[in-house]
Ligand binder design. Structure first.
Ligand code: ATP
Ligand code: MG
Length: 409
């Protein structure tokens, strides 16, 4: 088993100024070839600290990735730390110097001396091309360990991982390459999923849970045959709640179903204020099936959309029939085959007789309509986020001819 550790360098990460998102980028790239991170360590812009972290990781790991501190400024110290760790001199690489000079010439700027520091390479290290920036990465073998120094800038890091590091690591792995399948599950808690999966034999794969509000990803890693069998077993055990097996999110899944049916969608949103539309316009190609939406927050705006004013006057804006009316009106107004609507109480205050967290979500189409009422945990952000999931999942189930999600406690 290849042990991989990550060291992220930068005062800004330790001070909380910048969120350490490179951990997720690295983990994601490694996950694609069945590798995982064993340890992640943040260190400050300080040569002795970086050297100590590298030394500790090298004693345990086959591969040590180190991000940040490769640029030209005085706080970029990873290169010097590598030379110190290896006990070698620094050489200026003529080829790299040429590339840096050419880049500056393109910009019509004289090369600052500092920029040329990026052409310095600890003796024995090999530069790794950076297709999105001027600071190259470095590869250095130390004993049994391979160290890769990578840029800190996220888009440069991503490109270097995809273009160089992952292919190199993959080529060095023995035996069949592990694969990953991600089964995604709507509106079931992590622990109830885990309990349900107790009945499934998953001993041949590695299982990881990633929980978002209302949406859990079950990631299965291992040999291809075992992963496929495990994904089948997991999806079957979880039934209709398992909505994708390739990691695709609800918006992408809903778009796929709409496309297959040559159907189109319009949304009318109250408490979600456009979040359903934002989720639906996230996947590329959304325009094939998504027509648009209306944010009808005020009661009068719901009437303006076409909802019966008498109904609104009698029942108020939070109501099952109001939700159905919104879904039907927006669908008709925008000429879509399907309409989805949300209305409810996001909080902090109740509306009429309705407690915070009471929401109605409706779907309307030529084949029929349906509406569900839910009592969500009374926290404003959570109510809004979960309502989006309920709306997308209700639509998915409607398109598949499945019953709406039932609360099981
Ligand atoms: P540069 O050539 O720009 O100096 P570098 O390789 O030296 O790049 P850093 O100086 O460490 O990298 O970081 C550059 C920028 O990248 C930082 O300002 C920070 O915003 C971002 N960054 C660095 N490390 C991380 C990280 N772990 N997670 C997210 N962003 C990061
Ligand atoms: Mg820098």
């Amino acid at each position: 088993m290849t042990r991989v550790e990550l060291i992220t360098v930068g005062d800004e990460l330790l001070s909380g100024l910048v969120l350490n998102s490179n951990v997720a980028r690295v983990a994601d790239a490694l996950g694609g070839i069945g590798l995982g991170l064993s340890v992640v360590c943040d260190v400050s812009d300080d040569i002795p600290e970086i050297v100590a972290a590298l030394r500790t990781s090298c004693a345990r790991a086959d591969v040590v990735l180190c991000s940040g501190g490769l640029g030209p400024t005085s706080d970029d110290l990873t290169r010097d730390a590598l030379a110190t760790l290896a006990g070698v001199e620094m050489d200026r690489d003529a080829g790299l110097e040429e590339i840096i000079r050419a880049r500056y010439a393109e910009w019509n700027v004289t090369v600052p001396d500092l920029a040329l520091r990026q052409a310095d390479v600890p003796r024995g290290a090999v530069p790794v091309p950076n297709s999105r920036g001027s600071a190259p990465g470095l590869r250095l073998s130390l004993g049994q360990t391979t160290i890769y120094a990578l840029p800190g800038v996220p888009r440069e890091l991503e490109a270097m991982l995809a273009e160089h590091i992952v292919p190199e690591l993959a080529a060095g792995l023995d035996g069949p390459r592990p694969v990953t399948a991600t089964v995604r599950v709507a509106l079931s808690g992590e622990s109830s999923i885990a309990t349900a999966l107790d009945a499934v034999d998953l001993s041949a794969v590695r299982v990881a849970y990633l929980a978002l509000p209302g949406d859990v990803a079950v990631r299965l890693t291992g040999p291809a045959g075992a992963v496929a069998a495990a994904a089948d077993a997991v999806a079957q055990r979880l039934g209709a709640a398992a909505y994708s097996r390739d990691g695709a999110g609800l918006p992408a899944v809903v778009h796929g179903l709409l496309r297959e049916r040559k159907a189109s969608l319009a949304v009318a949103e109250s408490l979600t204020g456009g979040m359903v539309a934002a989720a639906l316009t996230d996947p590329a190609g959304a325009s094939v099936s998504f027509r648009g939406g209306a944010i009808v927050y005020a009661t009068e705006a719901k009437a303006e959309l076409g909802v019966d004013p008498e109904l609104l006057a009698e029942r108020g804006p939070v109501d099952a029939d109001v939700a159905l009316g919104m879904a039907r009106c927006v669908r008709e107004r925008l000429g879509a085959t399907h309409g989805v609507a949300t209305t409810g109480v996001a909080g902090p205050d109740p509306v009429g007789d309705y407690e915070v967290g009471t929401v109605f979500v409706a779907v309307d189409s030529a084949e029929g309509s349906r509406v569900i009422r839910r009592s969500l945990p009374p926290r404003r952000e959570l109510v809004r986020t979960l309502t989006v999931v309920h709306a997308l999942d209700l639509l998915r189930r409607h398109l598949l001819g499945l019953e709406p999600y039932e609360l099981t406690g």
